[in-house]
Design a protein around this ligand. Structure first.
Ligand SMILES: C[S@@+](CC[C@H](N)C(=O)[O-])C[C@H]1O[C@@H](n2cnc3c(N)ncnc32)[C@H](O)[C@@H]1O
Length: 272
C-alpha cells in the first residue's frame, strides 16, 4: 500500500482534531517530518509498517498522546525522549525559554525547578553553553529521562532529586519553573489525553493550583544572587493571584507576558 492511501484511510477513520496526530504517526513511519509527507506519498509501505501504524492509531483512538506512543516530542527545535513519567513539553513553554534567554548573561547560574523531561534546562543549556545549570525534580523516573535527554544533546546539567530546592549553598541569577498548577477542581475537567495519561505529579497543585508558586517564592529569596530573578509559567487564569502572592512575599514584578495564543502565561519577579 502507498503512503498516501494509508493517510487517506487513516484520516477518514479519525475525528478531525486528531488529524495532525495521524500525520505525526505516519511521518514517523516514513522517517520524515509531517510537512514532508506529501513528498513521500508514493512510498510503498510494508505489511509490517502498516500493522504498526494501525496499532499506533488504535492507541490514538484511546486518547493516548502521540508523543507517548512515539516516545518523542519536539521542544525549541530539540528532539526529546518522553514517556508517561514526564509531562509532554508544550509549545507555550518555549515562550518561557525565549523570555529567559532574553534576560540572561552567557555565564549565568540557573536553577530550573520541576524539570520533567529536561526540556527547559536543555533548551537553555544548548543556547548558553557557558551557563551553570542545575535542575531538580521530585520524580526519580523523570530525572532519569531528563539525564538521558541532556546526554543526547551533549548538555552539562547538574540534576538533583529533591523537593523543589537542591540541598546546596548555590545562589542563582535565574530560578525558572513551569510548576504543576492545576487545581483539583480543574483537573476533573481536563481533556482525557492529559488527565488520563500525563503524570498527576506534573499537573496537580494544592491551594487552588498556587501551592508551588507559594513554596518556590518563599524558598527562592535566599537562593537568588544579587539582582537575581524568578521566572514562571502559570495557568491562564492565575496571573493576578501569583502576582499578589509574590508581592506579599516582598517581590516586585518586572515581567508579565502572554503566550502566542494571547493567554496570560508568564511572570517574572525580583526580590526587593
Ligand atoms: C508542569 S511539569 C513541568 C515539566 C517541564 N519543566 C516542562 O516544562 O515541560 C512540573 C514538574 O514538576 C515536578 N514536581 C512536582 N512536584 C515537585 C517537587 N515538590 N519538587 C520538584 N519537582 C516537582 C513534576 O515531577 C514535573 O516534572
Amino acid at each position: 500500500m502507498k503512503a498516501e492511501l494509508l493517510l487517506a484511510e487513516a484520516l477518514a477513520a479519525t475525528p478531525q482534531p486528531d488529524a495532525s496526530s495521524v500525520r505525526l504517526l505516519l511521518a514517523e513511519l516514513l522517517d520524515c517530518s509531517p510537512v514532508e509527507i506529501p513528498l513521500k506519498g508514493q512510498v510503498e509501505l510494508s505489511a509490517e509498517s502498516i500493522t504498526r501504524f494501525w496499532d499506533w492509531h488504535a492507541r490514538l483512538q484511546q486518547a493516548e498522546p502521540p508523543q507517548y506512543i512515539l516516545q518523542k516530542a519536539w521542544f525549541y527545535g530539540l528532539e526529546l525522549t518522553v514517556n508517561p513519567s514526564v509531562l509532554i513539553p508544550r509549545p507555550e513553554t518555549e515562550g518561557l525559554v525565549e523570555l529567559a534567554l532574553g534576560l540572561l548573561k552567557p555565564d549565568a547560574g540557573i536553577l530550573e525547578i520541576g524539570t520533567g523531561s529536561g526540556a527547559i534546562a536543555i533548551a537553555l543549556a544548548t543556547h548558553l553553553p557557558q551557563a551553570a545549570l542545575l535542575a531538580t525534580d521530585s520524580s526519580p523516573a523523570a530525572l532519569e529521562l531528563a539525564r538521558r535527554n541532556a546526554l543526547a544533546h551533549g548538555c552539562h546539567i547538574d540534576f538533583h532529586l529533591c523537593d523543589l530546592f537542591p540541598d546546596t549553598r548555590d545562589s542563582f541569577d535565574l530560578i525558572i519553573s513551569n510548576p504543576p498548577y492545576i487545581s483539583e477542581e480543574e483537573f476533573a475537567s481536563l481533556e482525557p489525553r492529559v488527565r488520563d495519561y500525563e503524570p498527576r505529579q506534573a499537573l496537580l497543585a494544592k491551594q487552588d493550583g498556587l501551592e508551588f508558586y507559594h513554596r518556590i517564592l518563599r524558598g527562592a529569596k535566599e537562593r537568588l544572587a544579587p539582582g537575581g530573578r524568578v521566572l514562571f509559567e502559570h495557568g491562564a487564569t492565575q496571573r493576578a493571584a501569583v502576582r499578589h502572592l509574590a508581592q506579599t512575599l516582598g517581590y516586585s514584578c518586572f515581567l508579565a507576558q502572554n503566550d502566542l495564543a494571547g493567554r496570560e502565561r508568564y511572570l517574572g519577579f525580583t526580590h526587593i
